[in-house]
Design a protein around this ligand. Structure first.
Ligand code: PLP
Length: 373
């Protein structure tokens, strides 16, 4: 099998798996319990939060563990909106967001919030000037991804954070799920930031929300006191500790890992661009891990199935939105519905080998000649 779907899920790093097992063996109590074993587990949770905080520029008290980025995005977006409803009900976001962001916004819209989506330029980015134009006295949140999952576009988060520093009523939520390990990520100037360690060598079922301290946020789960006010339930120490290690490895090895990925990506780009029916959708300055393309007049799902039958795993839209609609992100950059319907995504890792790229290109060639008339 040739796995080229690392933006959907990356295998757990062996050291991360080992950390998980070690934690589960050593700490057997509930960190919320008042006895000595509970206190030991709570102290270990605190060390884990410190590690995540030091790698992201947050304070340890600003780290909230969740079950994934989906939960972290829901908590941040709904939690901020509900806690600021006395100020206003206007939110700014983008058409590039993962369904856990766009779905949270739709749920709020159905309950009376007003959502404005920024336009996307041909290079896949939003313009801070447009954020400025859309800001109103009742705007309480700007929510956007640092890197989008379909095209790999890097958004001007820093510039938007600087702009919003002048608007104390408006919060900034950044979905950093596809950014960690790909670009430098720092929490400074941001109010909430989410990510999911299983995208960079951590385990599924764990996620992180960084939340600026003292910023009001309405919890989305009730009952069950925990190590944080904002997310009840027994803290999952093994998952949290493995998330911290995965983050450490992703940050420490980012440049080396990116250099490997860039080499593969440049090779793929050169080879695939030579096919007359191929259109590359990922903008030039996208992260090299994500390469989105369309093969003219062949639906993305059809090309994906053909590749899958020959042992290649790629993805159509985000793995999490199986609604059959054309990709909003690809439509935003190409303004072409047919092109958006034909799009699919290759996503690479430092674990990808030259041999896999060779084999992929040979299989792509076969599928292309079978499907392009
Ligand atoms: N945000 C982005 C940008 C993503 O790519 C994903 C997953 O693909 C998520 C959020 C949701 O992550 P999870 O399914 O781990 O909760």
């Amino acid at each position: 099998m040739i796995y080229l779907d690392y933006a959907a899920h990356a295998p757990a790093d062996p050291a991360v798996l080992e950390r998980f097992c070690d934690m589960e063996r050593r700490f057997t109590a509930n960190p919320n319990s008042g006895h000595a074993a509970g206190r030991a587990a709570r102290e270990q949770m605190a060390c884990t939060a410190e590690q995540i905080a030091s790698l992201t520029g947050a304070a340890p008290s600003e780290v909230i563990f969740t079950s994934g980025a989906t939960e972290a995005n829901n908590l941040a977006i709904k939690g901020i909106a509900q806690a600021s409803r006395h100020i206003g009900r206007h939110i700014i976001s983008t058409p590039l967001e993962h369904s856990s962001v766009s779905g949270s916004l739709t749920a709020l819209q159905e309950r009376g919030w007003e959502i404005d989506l920024l336009s996307i330029s041909r290079d896949g980015t939003v313009a801070p000037e447009e954020v400025h134009e859309l800001l109103r006295p009742d705007t309480v949140l700007v929510a956007l991804c640092a890197v989008d999952s379909e095209l790999g576009t890097v958004q001007p988060v820093r510039e938007i954070a600087e702009l919003l520093a002048g608007y104390p009523n408006c919060r900034l939520h950044v979905d950093a799920t596809q950014a960690i390990g790909r670009i430098p990520v720092n929490f400074s100037g941001i109010d909430t930031m989410s990510f999911a360690p299983h995208k960079f060598g951590g385990l599924c079922g764990s996620g992180v929300l960084l939340k600026r301290s003292r910023m009001p946020l309405e919890p989305q789960m009730n009952g069950g006191a925990s190590t944080t006010l904002y997310r009840s339930g027994t803290p999952a120490l093994g998952l949290a500790a493995s998330a911290a290690l995965a983050l450490q490895l992703a940050c420490e090895q980012r440049e080396n890992r990116c250099a490997i990925v860039r080499r593969h990506s440049e090779r793929l780009l050169r080879a695939l661009s030579a096919y007359p029916a191929v259109h590359i959708n990922s903008p030039e300055h996208a992260v090299p891990h994500i390469l989105n393309l369309s093969v003219k007049n062949v639906k993305g799902t059809v090309f994906q199935r053909a590749l899958s039958e020959k042992g290649v795993c790629v993805s159509v839209k985000s793995a999490c939105s199986a609604d059959g609609l054309p990709s909003r992100a690809v439509f935003a950059v190409s303004r072409d519905r047919r092109n958006a319907l034909s799009s699919w995504r290759i996503s690479l890792s430092h674990l990808t080998t030259d041999e896999e790229i060779d084999a992929f290109l040979a299989i792509f060639d076969e599928c292309y000649h079978e499907l392009v008339k």
